[in-house]
Design a binder for this molecule. Structure first.
Ligand SMILES: Cc1ncc(COP(=O)(O)O)c(C=O)c1O
Length: 435
């Protein structure tokens, strides 16, 4: 059967290019996809950084099927269903100590909007209503809604959309090829870049700033690992100035960096954290915001019959997502997946860093089971070289991801050593082929 590709306006896709040479996926299982012709493709990016336990895991599939038959939808506005409460509790059990409440959304973008609104409303509830300013970071990715692109720092995601949120400023990004190229694990240099927050505090005054939002490890911009001490310094400065620290853990959550969350890996606990993707192993859309109990408690004033936080989505804590989430957390626990990246990261790092001498490679960086391989752009054709590496790897049966001229690898946490070898060998051949 040939599929008519015309009607679907594809997200974050070069639509005309794709439709001339489509890549259609028909089936998945474990570490693999299969295309319509039955060709097997090794998934080196967990779908889109989300299928952390690998594809079509039986426990998750069964949970979704059973849930669809038992309770298809239940509102969570003034109503509830048991799995929503159960999943919230389970999430807090694996979250960094201090997280006290979970609020459900349907995506990373919605989690970001929710966290930003929570932060501003929290200050207001405590009588600090002037704290409305939000601080993001250059090169940050926080989804695609207006709050997220306002605090985000990826120019292409911002420039077409007119006036963004007022009262937003940005920290400098932490990418520093000169000092940190080819770092294994966290780079040595750059903790002082957190002091950029002092500059913004001096400019705006702390009394106007609600929150700082950063990805503990910036993923979508091309895998930027936080320099040693950077997040600690940011935490200290937020505390000093009464500013909430939000970690966007949409990518770093659920085992990617070697521990359940980036907060664990990097040893810094935020006040709020945004989750999505791996929360349901990518099987049903879901996101969440975890926050410290005192943030929630600040809202719990006034008459008890009144709604405390005017926010939520029709599908917050959707039964299918909750069932998928619970089965996902069980799968992670059964197989030790939330720490498996930590066990494999030595081998993974060794294999990936062995690409250092390949043509056009100007940096390789890694943490847990994620790596970024940065290529020199081909003159003014930014992104073309990496895109060719991507199509070449796909033709050779390995799915990687590229952003500009940076290749990202983030295989499912069930990956085997020989599959890491296959990913790196395929990449090596492609790098040699693509001039
Ligand atoms: C750090 C981060 N935040 C937010 C998002 C947005 O998530 P979604 O695409 O589910 O809206 C992403 C997606 O890649 C992300 O990496």
């Amino acid at each position: 059967m040939t599929t008519d590709l015309d009607a679907f306006w594809m997200p974050f896709t070069a639509n005309r290019q794709f439709k001339k040479a489509p890549r259609l996926i028909a089936r998945s299982a474990g570490m693999h996809y299969w295309d319509e012709q039955g060709r097997q493709i090794l998934d080196a990016v967990s779908g889109l950084w989300c299928v952390n336990a690998g594809h079509n895991r039986p426990k998750i599939v069964q949970a979704i099927q059973a849930q669809a038959a038992e309770l298809d939808f239940a509102p969570t506005f003034q109503m509830g269903h048991p799995k929503a409460f159960e999943l919230a509790e389970r999430l807090l059990q694996i979250a960094p100590q201090g997280m006290g409440k979970a609020f459900f959304t349907n995506s990373g973008s919605e989690s970001v909007e929710t966290a930003l609104k929570m932060a501003i409303a929290y200050h207001r509830a405590r009588g600090e209503g002037a704290r409305t300013r939000l601080i993001g970071r250059e090169r940050g990715y926080h989804g695609v809604n207006f709050g997220g692109i306002s605090v985000g720092g990826i120019p292409g995601n911002r420039k077409m959309f007119g006036t963004l949120l007022a009262g937003v400023d940005h920290l400098r990004h932490t990418h520093d090829l000169q000092r940190n190229a080819f770092s294994v694990g966290q780079p040595e240099h750059g903790a002082e870049l957190a002091d950029d927050l002092e500059r913004l505090v001096a400019l705006h005054d702390a009394s106007t700033i609600a929150a700082v939002i950063v990805e503990p490890m910036a993923g979508s911009t091309g895998v930027l690992i936080p320099p040693k001490g950077y997040l600690q310094r940011l935490r200290e400065l937020c505390d000093k100035h009464g500013i909430l620290l939000i970690f966007d853990e949409v990518i770093t959550g659920f085992g990617r960096t070697g521990a359940p969350f980036g907060a664990h890996t990097f040893g810094v606990t935020p006040d709020l954290m945004t989750l999505a993707k791996g929360i349901t192993n990518g099987c049903v859309p879901m996101g969440a915001v975890l926050c410290k109990r005192e943030i929630h408690d600040a809202f719990m004033t006034g008459p008890e019959h009144l709604i405390e936080f005017f926010h939520g989505y029709t599908y917050s804590a959707h039964p299918l997502a909750c069932a998928a989430g619970l089965a996902t957390l069980e799968t992670y626990a059964d197989e030790g997946l939330l720490t498996r990246a930590g066990e494999l990261q030595g081998y993974f790092a060794e294999c990936v860093h062995a690409l250092k001498a390949e043509p056009n490679v100007i940096d390789i960086r890694n943490i847990g089971l994620v790596a970024g391989i940065e290529l020199a752009p081909r003159g003014a054709d930014v992104g073309k070289r990496a895109y060719e590496v991507f199509t070449d790897c796909f033709a050779a049966g390995v799915l990687i991801r590229v952003t500009g001229d940076i290749i990202a690898l983030s295989p499912p946490l069930i990956v085997q050593r020989q599959q890491i070898d296959q990913i790196v060998d395929t990449l090596r051949k492609a790098l040699r082929k693509v001039a």
